[in-house]
Write a protein that binds this ligand. Structure first.
Ligand code: ARG
Length: 600
């Protein structure tokens, strides 16, 4: 949308220089930080072609630009031509477009016709979702929304860790203790029930080789498809899934495919056989490996253990072949912590050696760890930032963090806005509490570590989810007040000629700042998708909300600056801006996975 604003200037400059207009549109960008301008044209390349110095060219172009658009200010600042547009021109260009499609700033067609597979969350069965699972889950969820908004077809995949020796152990423990399905069904928290069983059987197996042998037998029985073992495995899996679904429900996350590791258990033969036929494998101490020294890897990749058991990398390869067959993806993304970087590098390299057509479209989207503030010292965990632990070193479950955030949000909302009651208060508390946790996770570059402290994440000022939600709610409240004062929509009442003039009433710098922030959202969306970095949109939304806040705050002090100002046409223009800003902010929040309440 920025292009739309600079096109008239670009056209005039292009004509003056005798170069294509598109070239200038492509060069004009937001100004360097701290420059008081809306856009800047770097003159390096153009000056070279013209045989002058960049500052010379900037000075030559300034008057050309100013003639192109009445009210435009062009200033040669060293090698840059800084451009400041008149506020009304920005409104005239953008308001009608935003009025006909309020979320247009957050839509792009760059991905049209392409499919992206996004593998995210992918937790291990029979374990809880710990707080750190928020990262893969919500970065993946945001990327799924962002890709979708950028025109891609998106497949959301939960590659459950539902296979491995742990299940043999669980079954052995279950049988030994003579547990029943009714007992599991009666457990208030089934995953905890299974976890505790796992701890007991592991201790027993350590102490007694007979128990260990039993566990192994059950693992083998499960692999061989023994009916009882399979049945119990399914029971454990269903119990875990029910708990996962509960948390996904709180977060508003859904998946299109739940094919987990177990699904690929009997589908790895063809990949292994192909690797062998192509002469890529070798046997090392009985295990099947692929040598990648030529690709710069120090160690070979293990694909099959000496005892015949297959490995994580093999399952990922088989799953990827399956996904490519089913979805013919143009990009396949794995949202998994940076700690698994080598695993992805390795099997991506194997895919390349296999000359898979998709080998270049694989992306490991890594991220840093979560640190929580521990405010209660213990022997192991002093007061301070700790990995996934808070309150005296306790490992926090994702559900516990979300529930506590909602409780805290409920208290804040009750205090700030006591008129909101009952169901509505509950809904708002949920959106704000969960939004606070989610935004805290997404606001900074994903590869860094995230620090989480309830008080900070829930602040209504500063770079938080609640701050953005509050700006959105303020706009909604203005719309409601407007509807009270003008039961008929004032914009609808205007004649077409009057309507066309409405944007000209938006001539405040604060109003231009909002429109520019909206105009920059599309490029933020596209960049976020290109670098798989939701924080780019998060930061763009912070810029938008701070522009909104400055505008509304200015209106608090001066009646003429209010949205509901004494002049009806100006008021109507400002209402249009309120609607546009609210729609863009609300949609931006939705893409990041937050719900934006209408009051709070
Ligand atoms: N289940 C794995 C874990 O918890 C993550 C799986 C990530 N996805 C994948 N295709 N490898 O560590």
């Amino acid at each position: 949308m920025q292009e739309m604003l600079v096109r008239p200037v670009a056209a005039a400059l292009a004509a003056h220089l005798g170069v294509p207009e598109a070239m200038l549109v492509g060069l004009i960008a937001p100004p360097a930080k701290g420059q008081a301008a809306d856009f800047a044209l770097p003159c390096f390349q153009l000056a070279k072609a013209r045989g002058v110095s960049p500052p010379q060219l900037a000075s030559e172009l300034a008057p050309v630009a100013e003639r192109a658009l009445p009210g435009l200010r062009a200033a040669a600042t060293g090698p840059f031509l800084n451009l400041t547009l008149p506020a009304a021109a920005v409104a005239v260009a953008m308001l009608p477009v935003l009025a006909s499609d309020p979320v247009v700033a957050l839509r792009s067609a760059v991905g049209a016709g392409r499919t992206a597979c996004i593998d995210f969350s992918s937790p291990n069965i029979a374990k809880h979702l710990a707080f750190h699972h928020i990262r893969s889950t919500m970065i993946g969820n945001a990327l799924a929304h962002l890709y979708d908004a950028a025109g891609w077809k998106v497949v959301r995949i939960n590659f459950l860790g539902d296979w491995g020796t742990a299940f043999g152990r669980l079954i052995a423990g279950w049988k030994r203790e003579g547990l029943t399905l009714d007992q599991l069904a009666a457990a208030p928290d089934k995953v905890t029930f299974l976890n505790e069983l796992y701890v007991r059987i592991s201790q027993a197996a350590k102490a007694d080789p007979v128990v260990e042998a039993e566990a192994r037998r059950w693992s083998k029985a499960l692999e061989d498809g023994d009916a009882e073992a399979r049945h119990l495995w399914q029971v454990f899996k269903d119990a875990s899934l029910a708990e996962f679904e509960r948390v996904y429900g709180l977060l508003g996350v859904r998946f299109d495919s739940w094919k987990g590791e177990a699904f690929y258990e009997d589908k790895m033969g063809p990949v292994l056989a192909e690797l062998e036929t192509k002469g890529l494998t070798s046997i090392s101490e009985g295990a099947t490996v692929v040598d990648l020294t030529a690709q710069g890897f120090k160690k070979p990749v293990l694909l099959k253990r000496a005892d015949g058991g297959t490995l994580y990398a093999t399952r990922d390869l088989a799953a990827c072949d399956d996904r490519f067959r089913e979805y013919a993806f143009a990009r396949s993304i794995y949202v998994v912590d940076l700690g698994q970087g080598l695993h992805f590098k390795e099997w991506f390299a194997v895919a390349k050696r296999l000359e898979r057509p998709y080998a270049e479209s694989l992306r490991h989207v890594g991220f840093g760890v979560v640190l929580m503030w521990n405010d209660e010292a213990t022997a192991e965990t002093p007061v301070g930032w700790a990995k996934g632990r808070s309150r005296g070193g306790k490992v926090m479950l994702l559900r516990e963090v979300l529930e506590e955030a909602v409780d805290r949000a409920r208290a804040i909302v009750a205090e700030k806005n006591p008129e909101i009651l009952g169901d509505e208060r509950e809904r708002i508390a949920r959106s704000v509490g969960i939004g606070a946790v989610v935004f805290n996770d997404l606001k900074n570059g994903r590869t860094g570590d995230v620090k989480f402290k309830f008080e900070e994440a829930l602040r209504f000022d500063g770079e938080t989810g609640p701050y953005l939600q509050f700006a959105h709610a303020r706009l909604c409240s203005i719309e409601r007040k407007f509807a009270e004062k003008y039961p008929e929509d004032p914009l609808v009442l205007l004649s077409p000629e009057e309507k066309a003039k409405v944007p000209m009433w938006l001539n405040l710098e604060e109003e231009k700042a909002i429109l520019l922030a909206i105009a920059r959202l599309r490029s933020a969306l596209e960049r976020a998708v290109e670098s798989d970095e939701p924080s780019i949109l998060a930061q763009a939304l912070l810029v938008l909300s701070s522009a909104i806040s400055s505008w509304l705050t200015a209106g608090n002090a001066i009646v003429e600056r209010r949205v509901l100002c004494p002049h009806p046409e100006q008021s109507a223009a400002r209402l249009a801006l309120v609607r546009a800003a609210r729609a863009s902010l609300g949609e931006g929040l939705r893409l990041l996975g937050l719900v934006a309440p209408e009051r709070m």
